[in-house]
Write a protein that binds this ligand. Sequence first.
Ligand code: TXE
Length: 496
Amino acid sequence: MAKELKRYKLSINGRWEEAASGKCFETVNPYTGEAWALLPEGGEEDVDRAVRAAREAFESKEWKSLTGGQRGQLLRRLGDLIAQHAERLARIETTDNGKIIRETTFQLKAIPDCYYYFAGWADKIHGEVIPTDKPTILNYTLREPIGVVGAIIPWNSPLYLTSIKLAPALAAGNTVVIKPSEITSVSALEFIQLVEEAGFPPGAVNVVTGFGEKAGAALTKHQLVGKIAFTGGCETGKLVAKSAADHLARVTLELGGKSPNIVFEDADLDSAVNGAMAGIFAATGQTCIAGSRLFLHESIHDRFVEKLVARAKTIKMGDPTSWGTEMGPLAFKDQREKVLTYVEIGKEEGAKLVYGGEPPTDPELKKGYFVKPTVFVDVENHMRIAQEEIFGPVVSVIRFRTEEEVIQMANDVRYGLAAGLWTQDVKRVHRLAKELQAGTVWVNTYRTLAFSSPFGGYKESGIGKENGFEVLREYTQLKSVWVETGGPIGDPFVMR
Ligand code: TXE
């Protein structure tokens, strides 16, 4: 008999609700290939209910009368609750997207700091008094929340990417409707229970699960949504921006990348190999910041590739819930097909596959959506495997001779999310940090992030910033207030 699946409901206005369609969809464990939970298939009607609830909450006396300090208290309590439930939530995410338990646990244990960080800002969001050329006028600005924020989340780091939107949105006084990815919705519905327990009023945060083309699209076009915060693929991001433009909702888009990771001849090679590994094989390559184009100086190219391949061969693939596993499966079947298709494209383009490019043969891994860590050499920067986001454990190694040449190639791509640089030459570090067209530049490190430091893409990698004070600008609007403090106002039509 088929196993009974845990059944979830939408969270709207502090209540559990079925989707108006009455339909549900299954979420699949990518390690076993089996469904493990059932989620409501939300659509336009459900999104409308959730957005109206969020708007009502935003306009309520209860929400409006909260001081920044009180919102900060709520965020701190939420952070504490996440810390208490971190291991359970990490296990849910690993079951849903196959990311190894070491990494989801690390992420979940770090997420409370996101809430603590933005709790600290909640009572420090303010305008300023501005001197003008009118001596009797008092002019000041008020930095105010926008209203309802729609947060659209992908599947690779569900609660982390939710939190870096939710925490600043709430700190600034907005209310939120979350649309998690259809691939990984369970953790959002478990998490929302903690939001309620922390004491946020009903409607302040709502979760509508469902598919992107229906629930996601309904959120982006809803007239009462003042801002969309989106992380996901580039093409979807463009659809989101177009739909939001129809009612001039603000957008922040955190999209894909094809980030260059550049190793010069004077680099500490062992550190750089570790950095390259972290850049492309961590999270099975399913990160927007993947260092998927590895530029190696010709003088160290062969030695570096040898070390990289030797280490790639020892990466332990396996059950992502086991602590010993180093690389899990891809998050869903189509994603594995996509990765394998790119491997074929790479071969046809003339790149040389030196390792991987196929599922492992181990019978224990047969059911999971695994692909071995994959290394292509002799890649040219114009090839599709060097220009397009694969979102899997596939690194394209490109040889270079001079600094000018590598800058030109690194920037010759439509994306600009991040770049890595490995060298001991301090002058070169600062030259390249300026030259590289990327929102983040890492020097002698890779994949380092903090809630206090702004993150976001250049070029087609996105619009706007997340994290740091910068993100609070994205969740607020500025009002300019003019007050006449002098004598009576004269008749405007009497010439003096
Ligand atoms: O992402 P989508 P997918 C890349 C990666 C991947 C590709 C597609 O290359 O292979 O994008 O992945 C919602 N209106 N990244 O299909 O479609 C959707 O339901 C509104 C990069 O999973 O972008 C989900 O909640 N919303 C990346 C969210 O958008 C829509 C992370 C992301 O889904 C929508 C993930 C629509 N029309 C994938 N269509 C990164 N940069 O981290 C879909 N959605």
